[in-house]
Design a protein around this ligand. Structure first.
Ligand SMILES: [Zn+2]
Length: 130
């Protein structure tokens, strides 16, 4: 099978990047890798993986219309952690076009927060940045 570029980073092969996480062969041990694998899951509409990596208290029941979104790329700006409080952060920009909004290019600039739940690093929430 032909290698396909990973959605999170077109310079890498999907099979050597996010695919092992999506297949459940590995689980990301670090917040940047987790963030990347979740972005790729959005691109591939892998809702099971989004739920797997989402804190049980904040995970949505319904992901709405994902077909209208065309993801254009991910850029990680900063990775931080607050070891004392066991909080892990990733600041990123994800670009997309939404056909429900005239297909205009837009972006999400977010500081995502990750914590451990059942010994597993998961996304809990995020703060939108301008
Ligand atoms: Zn990837």
């Amino acid at each position: 099978m032909k290698n396909i570029p990973c959605p999170c980073n077109p310079k890498t092969d999907y099979k050597n990047c996010c695919e092992p996480f999506h297949l459940g062969q590995q689980y990301p041990q670090q917040q940047e890798i987790l963030m990347r694998s979740r972005y790729s899951a959005y691109v591939l509409q892998n809702i099971d993986y989004l739920k797997l990596t989402w804190h049980s208290t904040t995970c949505p029941d319904n992901f709405g219309d994902m077909d209208s979104i065309k993801w254009l790329g991910l850029k990680i700006n900063q990775v931080n952690e607050d070891i004392k409080h066991q909080e892990y952060f990733v600041e990123f920009i994800a670009r997309y076009k939404d056909s429900n909004q005239n297909g205009k290019a837009d972006k999400i600039h977010e500081l995502s927060r990750f914590i451990y739940e059942d010994n597993k690093l998961v996304y809990i929430d995020g703060e939108f940045l301008v």
